[in-house]
Design a binder for this molecule. Structure first.
Ligand code: TYM
Length: 333
């Protein structure tokens, strides 16, 4: 019988240690999804080399990320966990899609503009064509949804455009997926500069999943707020970006609504508020950190997971790749 389950695919780059934005944005929702959907989750290592990486550090972070995926609740029996570079179809379809992606549309990508400004001495072709590789990552698995944070929406949209363009020429080859963006946590801002998203490139305002509780608390205590004194804990991202971000983080970490958070801290100052948010995050991350450490001690187990994951991912990916090769007119081997 045909499998009727909906399909999801998503990945995270092991270019830095996983942080609270990665977790509270997309990752914390993935464990619920594996109960309902056929899910593919990968470590996007091919994407990381668009920026120079230290090879040993990249290997270590990729390994840690697999352990973290499992520690966050991604049971490898119930979903497919794999390393992107272990499934060559990603690069192979990436090349084909490069030829169906326009220079103009790639030039408009916000991430390309940001990253080329930050890496002015290394504006390589991979950084530019990154979205067509990402489209390949997605389209290979014929997914219905792509769960990501707000900042990746533009890349899922260009993926849809590429899929529609290709389908327009060759018939219905690709399913055209929807981005899936959770309302709370879609864009976690940096603690020290709440006008920019939380990112490893501003580490003083970024909370990493493996960080020690005392370091996490220190970052929360230093979080930028404002000088409002009358009923200061209010959600108003325009006027109060720092406070609203802390409310968002607390709501995401505890499952409370914004209104409930405002009511809880009515009449309180920022000192208490920051400590309670810091404590909630520490408690939310503690089991993940401990389980990651336990899993990292068993490399043989992790290796068995990524090997089995690559085989399962490849079985699906190769079907799409074969179809694409046939459609564009490549002579079968
Ligand atoms: P990456 O590795 O930058 O981020 C991984 C995921 O975390 C989300 N995210 C955030 N969400 C909320 N607040 C933040 N501050 C924050 N920072 C990051 C991102 O939106 C993303 O969902 N190109 C992708 C990786 C990728 C991918 C894919 C994703 C490659 N191929 C295919 C989905 C499908 C990226 O660089 O995400």
């Amino acid at each position: 019988m045909e499998n009727q389950k909906k399909v999801m695919v998503s990945g995270i780059q092991p270019s830095g240690d996983l942080h609270l934005g990665n977790y509270l944005g997309p990752l914390r929702h993935w464990p619920e999804m594996i109960e309902e959907f056929d899910c593919y989750f990968f470590m996007a290592d091919l994407h990381t080399i668009t920026v120079r990486q230290d090879p040993a550090a990249l290997r270590r972070r990729t390994l840690t990320q697999i352990a973290q995926y499992i520690a966050c609740g991604l049971d490898p029996e119930k979903c497919v966990l794999f390393v992107q570079s272990h499934v060559p179809a990603h690069s192979q379809l990436g090349w084909v899609l490069d030829c169906y992606t326009m220079f103009g549309e790639l030039s408009r990508m916000t991430q390309f503009k940001d990253k080329s400004a930050k890496n002015a001495d290394n504006i390589n072709a991979g950084l530019f064509t990154y979205p067509s590789l990402m489209a390949a990552d997605i389209l290979l698995y014929q997914p219905d949804f792509v769960p990501v944070g707000e900042d990746q929406k533009q890349h899922v949209e260009i993926c849809r455009d590429i899929a529609e363009r290709f389908n327009g020429v060759y018939g219905d080859v690709f399913k055209v997926p929807e981005p899936y963006i959770a309302k709370v946590g879609a864009r976690i801002m940096g603690l020290s500069a709440p006008e920019s998203k939380m990112s490893k490139s501003a580490p003083e305002g970024c909370v990493f999943l493996m960080e020690k509780p005392e370091d996490i608390m220190r970052k929360f205590k230093r979080a930028v707020t404002d000088s409002d004194t009358e009923n200061p804990v209010r959600y108003d991202p325009k006027a109060k970006p720092g406070v609203s971000n802390l409310i968002q983080i607390y709501a995401a970490a505890t499952g409370k609504s914004y209104e409930a958070v405002e009511a809880e801290f009515a009449g309180q100052g920022y000192g208490v508020f920051k400590s309670v948010v810091g404590e909630a995050v520490i408690e939310c991350l503690r089991p993940i950190r401990e389980e990651t450490e336990r899993l990292l001690a068993d490399k043989a187990y992790l290796e068995s997971i990524w090997r089995a994951g690559a085989e399962r991912a490849e079985r699906t990916a190769i079907k799409t790749l074969r179809k694409v090769y046939k459609k564009v007119g490549f002579l079968p081997r």
